[in-house]
Design a protein. Structure first.
Lengths: 246, 447
């Protein structure tokens, strides 16, 4: 597929590595010894049935939640041991996040939403506005800059969310079913924009999806079952389960 | 009807913590309203000159009794405000749920009945509890009100849940109209509906209270209370309007120029729903006006007593019991209003929990969100309290000029707005621990 990276991604060095992650929520074991590596500049798809632990894995890698056991390393840093302040600083500067929906502040305009991470980093307002507009332009939603998130279509909203994730120049972007709430055409547009941004910026992307068509945009694919990561061909059962959700 | 009741029960039982909060707080509000109304009826039903061992004989004279009735009736106003806040708890989710029922095929009438059945029992529990409390108090005091008073008791106890059900049906108007309800409403015109309901309910109470005050006095004597009531209400309304319109103005100005993320987030919310501030602050602002005027009047009366050579605490107490009770009533009203503010702030955080969790996940520091929450209260409250201060001071100065011409007016009343402002920020701050929970990644799982 033309969207696949020209360089075999195996050559790139590991950026975020997780080994033996476990996470328990009450009686449900979300992760049981999950290990995965995100390499610099690659797009890694994580698939699996609903409830298999995909979101929990993403949360652990992005430093949003701490695993019960196991290690998460980012370069030479151990995220599972980092302080809360350091983690939120990393999420602000080095990582971007995109969820299925709901990450934009409904009361702020599209432009203000995209400016927010820059203002948090201490960028002055005029410069932040220019950068925000530039990224909105790249994702094709510059014309919607003055609107509120509630006034956008689902696809436009997700492209704004991508702009917000990329505006700080992150090294990695974590996307949890970014097209999960969209129809296939809007989903394709969002994915094209995402792949384009990833290639241009060199940011690695951890892409969670249960849609095989979306996973095909990635350089590499792993799948989760019962809280553990597997690679290689996705078994039919997993594809089936994922398909029935969509 | 049986089926509707079962659905209502299942919804209440299966609902999350917030629904129980709403039910409990609504019951507390209904209880307070019932207690104040029944107490007012009890005092009003006493005829002629009697000897009641309460508050230095405060209830012995008909004239002073009507003052107590007025105070009790006016206490209903902050209680109504509190009930309004409670009704909003979980409103977004309730609307979604009702819209879901509509999509599943429930008729508008059915949805209305279900939502009425959800809120009426809470109000009934509260008003029955209030009746019980008043009955116990009467038994302890050994006082038996006349039969007419009991009839009025029953009317109040049954009226409160009926009113509660009506309000919840009214609040659902839009959802009933469209099954899509609030789920996809682009720019909600939230407006000042709650405020309107509050003023419509408050006005007859105020007029009734005024009628009681001037009952039997000459037109000339009736004009000063009229002036005071008028001033209090005008400044109260003005202050509330100021809160709303300044929120819109401040929000717009700051949203365009904010350099700090906390200010930008707060400004965005003010601009989006400016009347939310007025709604939460309405009764607080009224209490501010009344409180300033009261402290002023009290200073004049105390100065007058000192002028007459009365210095001992007992001597002063004999004259000031009524005044002190009024002060206590104002403090109670203040406490209820602050409680309403705290509930309102907590509710607005709970409604936005998924968004807050997403901000935290994206690295927005907790302190920024906390500062934005406080600014949302602090920014619109400042000009509104200023106007309330001007109105209250006008009443104070007018009273001083009439009752003690030639004296220098006291500046003590100016402490009231300072205290109100500080206490309001503290009340808003009580929801900050909640913010920490609402902004937790676990909340990302909730829509
Ligand atoms: N915050 C939480 N509280 C309780 N259970 C949770 C929480 N997060 C995840 N889980 C549970 O952990 C399991 C994995 O969830 P998740 O990672 O969201 O799966 P996926 O994203 O693959 O659908 C599920 O059984 C889910 O119910
Ligand atoms: Mg998930």
């Amino acid at each position: 597929m033309s969207t696949r990276n020209e360089n075999p991604s195996g050559a790139a060095e590991p950026m975020i590595g997780a080994t033996g992650l476990t996470k328990q929520y009450g009686r449900s074991q979300a992760l049981r010894g999950a290990s995965v590596t995100l390499r610099a500049g690659e797009i890694l798809a994580v698939t699996g049935a609903s409830g298999s632990g995909k979101s929990t894995l993403l949360h652990c890698l992005a430093g949003i939640v701490r695993p019960d056991e196991g290690e998460v390393s980012y370069g030479r840093e151990r995220l599972d041991r980092a302080s809360e302040n350091r983690l939120s600083e990393l999420r602000r500067t080095d990582f971007g996040v995109v969820f299925q929906f709901g990450q934009l502040i409904p009361e702020l305009t599209v432009r203000d939403n995209v400016m927010l991470p820059l203002l948090l980093a201490g960028t002055d307002r005029a410069a932040a506005q220019d950068r925000a507009d530039e990224w909105l332009e790249r994702f094709g939603v510059r014309g919607q800059a003055a609107l509120r998130p509630g006034e956008l279509s689902g696809g436009q909203g997700q492209r704004v969310a991508l702009a917000r994730a990329w505006v700080t120049g992150p090294k990695a972007v974590f996307a949890d079913e970014p097209t999960g709430a969209l129809d296939s055409l809007a989903g394709e547009q969002v994915m094209t924009a995402l792949v384009h941004a990833a290639r241009e910026s060199g940011a690695a992307v951890l892409l969670i999806t249960h849609d095989a068509q979306i996973a095909a945009y990635a350089d590499r694919e792993v799948w989760l079952r019962d809280g553990a990561v597997h690679s290689g061909a996705t078994p039919f059962a997993v594809q089936e389960a994922a398909h029935h959700e969509g | 009807m049986r089926a509707d009741a079962r659905i209502a029960w299942n919804l209440a039982r299966g609902s999350d913590r917030r629904e129980w909060w709403r039910i409990a707080l609504t019951a507390v509000g209904a209880l307070l309203a019932t207690v104040f109304a029944l107490a007012a009826i009890t005092v009003a039903s006493v005829r002629g000159q009697v000897s009641i061992p309460f508050g230095q004989g405060l209830l012995n004279q008909p004239g002073e009794r009507s003052g107590v009735v007025v105070a009790l009736l006016l206490l209903l106003i902050p209680v109504l405000g509190l009930l309004g806040q409670c009704a909003r708890i979980g409103a977004v989710h309730r609307d979604r749920r009702m819209a879901g029922l509509r999509l599943a095929g429930a008729s508008p009438a059915q949805v209305r009945r279900i939502s009425a059945l959800e809120s009426a029992p809470a109000c009934l529990a509260g008003s029955a509890g209030g009746l019980g409390a008043v009955a116990v108090a009467l038994a302890v005091q050994g006082h038996t009100p006349p039969a007419t008073a009991w009839v009025a008791f029953v009317v109040v106890v049954l009226g409160v849940p009926v009113a509660g059900a009506l309000v919840s049906v009214l609040a659902l108007r839009r959802v009933v109209a469209s099954p899509l309800g609030e789920v996809r409403r682009v720019r909600p015109e939230r407006g000042s509906r709650t405020l309107l309901v509050l003023s419509v309910a408050a006005l007859p109470i105020a007029v009734g209270a005024y009628a009681l005050v001037v009952r039997g006095s000459s037109p000339a004597a009736a004009s000063f209370p009229m002036l005071v009531f008028g001033l209090v209400f005008l400044t109260g309304a003005g202050a509330v309007w100021t809160a709303g319109s300044s929120a819109a103005h401040i929000g717009r100005r700051l949203a365009e120029s904010a350099k700090s993320p906390a200010v930008m987030i707060a400004a965005g919310r003010l601009r989006d729903d400016p009347w939310a501030a007025a709604r939460t602050h309405a009764t607080l602002l009224l209490v501010t006006v009344v409180g300033i005027a009261f402290v002023g009047v009290r200073e004049v009366v105390l100065a007058d007593l000192r002028g007459k050579g009365i210095h001992t605490p007992e001597g002063i107490a004999f004259y000031t019991t009524g005044i002190d009770l009024t002060g206590a009533a104002i403090l109670v009203a203040f406490a209820i209003s602050l409680f309403g503010l705290a509930v309102g702030t907590a509710e607005s955080l709970a409604t936005r929990r998924r968004g807050l969790a997403a901000q935290t996940a994206a690295g927005v520091p907790h302190t920024v969100l906390a500062r934005a929450t406080l600014l949302e209260t602090a920014l619109p409250l400042a000009p509104a309290v200023l106007l309330a201060t001007i109105g209250g001071m006008a009443v104070h100065l007018a009273y001083t000029a009439v009752a003690a011409p030639g004296t220098v007016p006291s500046v003590l009343p100016l402490l009231v707005p300072v205290a109100v402002y500080a206490a309001s920020l503290l009340a808003a701050a009580t929801s900050l621990p909640l913010l920490r929970r609402m902004a937790h990644p676990a909340e990302l799982r909730f829509a």
